[in-house]
Design a protein around this ligand. Sequence first.
Ligand SMILES: Cc1ncc(COP(=O)(O)O)c(C=O)c1O
Length: 365
Amino acid sequence: MSVKDLMREPLKGFQIYTAGGMMVNPGPGIVKLNANENQMGPSPKALEAMEKELTSCNFYPMQSIANLKKKISEYIDMPVSCITAFNGSGAGIQAVAEAFLNPDDELLICSPTYMQYYRLPAQFGAKLVEVTSEDGVSIDLDALSAGITDKTKLIFICNPNNPTGTLLCPDKLSKFIDDLPDHVVCVIDEAYIDWVADESYPSMISKVLCGKNVIVLRTFSKIYGLAGARCGYAVASEEIISCLSAISGIFGTNRIAAAGATAALGDTEFYKAAKDNNTEQRAYISKELEKLGCTVVPSATSFIYFAPHCDTKECMSYLESKGVYIRYFTEEYIRVSIGLPMQNQKFLDVIAAYLEQYSEKDKAV
Ligand SMILES: Cc1ncc(COP(=O)(O)O)c(C=O)c1O
């Protein structure tokens, strides 16, 4: 008997998941645009707070987490009792599944969406139910509504969506939440909401106290540049937060990450600089890719999902041979994260060179 035989039944066939695609160390000559990381680095205020916190690492993190929750509560204007922190919002996604999924329950998503959701149902003997939209890239709320059955337990909606970058109409999303039956828990994953250019675009945090089973997930990995520190949080009713507490471990996150995240929330200068760079570069890269003949899905996020109309696997290999790492999705679509202007330019120059070669080859055939 191997130790694998001792694993829980649904986990036995599991494949290891590498977050962020190919593992590559950023460094000279390497442009790493494959994991939607913030290339501006961590917020300087977060960095300072984390360095200071190091000397207190002999103490458990209760007080740092309490400080973080208080800061988040002020930031989103919600009671502390409606907030819980995680070791990254990915841990929050896992916690939701662990808290709510029974064997034979259904987890409903609109594809394509964030990879992690796909892996959850099988871990619990539950069933993945996928719907799709007509355009193949946006989240279709009508299709999701039609996909709800008596067995639906969880719905995951990533807004804006990863990997496609599309954004939902907030009124429609709000109505979708209002119409949910009581046996459904709906997660709105707002990992990328900070990148939405329209400052008035609303978070679904406002729906948390409306009596529906809704959980909003947020992360410090993206605009705050703290992906390696691991900190995210959930906002939900007190009752849901207590359900999540049943399995989310004693602390949720660590002292260093909590201190960094608390300081990052106060670093409005860094937040603005990151957002301005992203908004400007997103428009630039989108326009340049279109000039190269690519089909670009309009993005509200820190990445661009596009169809280069070539052999996407070969295109990726070419980019990698030149030190540029982006993310493969399908034979049609690949995704590039938005970086600093010089990194983006290198990506554009290399993909332009590849597409030129490709079209020459095409002509020769
Ligand atoms: C949509 C979405 N949700 C959640 C996560 C997890 O983020 P983290 O665990 O770093 O907070 C990611 C990471 O890329 C993501 O794209």
